[in-house]
Design a protein around this ligand. Structure first.
Ligand code: 5GP
Ligand code: ZN
Length: 112
């Protein structure tokens, strides 16, 4: 499968890793939109939120269980925002489920 994030997980494309376990991978966004901008992704390929099912949703719980730890590793002591873009209207550009963890400064009140 020609998926950028699957290649990052496989180490075929370099990234700055923040956290990894057997199920998930977290790395710095190449084009940060805040002082801290990390992407948290499942190692299994899921295209987007639309593709979360009863069979694979445990990975989403695992991601969210680990986001507080990842946020601490990144020095996010004063809060952060978690975003997942799904589909064209949300401007999803990489079709591998990912959660943006953004912070390190006071963020805009508006989200869209
Ligand atoms: P989306 O727009 O799909 O929600 O988010 C995709 C994110 O992936 C963007 O924030 C973009 O900057 C990031 N990104 C795209 N290509 C790469 C890459 O090769 N390496 C890293 N670290 N981030 C990438
Ligand atoms: Zn993938």
């Amino acid at each position: 499968m020609n998926c950028l994030f699957c290649k990052i997980i496989a180490g075929e494309i370099p990234s700055t890793k923040v956290y990894e376990d057997e199920k998930i991978f977290a790395f710095k966004d190449i084009n940060p939109q805040a002082p801290v901008h990390v992407l948290v992704i499942p190692k299994m390929h899921i295209a987007c939120v639309d593709e979360i099912t009863e069979e694979n949703s445990a990975i989403v719980a695992h991601i969210f269980q680990n986001i507080p730890k990842i946020a601490k590793l990144c020095g996010l002591e004063n809060g952060y925002r978690v975003i997942s873009n799904c589909g064209d209207d949300a401007c999803q550009t990489v079709k591998h489920l990912h959660f943006h963890v953004i912070g390190g400064a006071k963020l805009a009140e508006k989200m869209a």
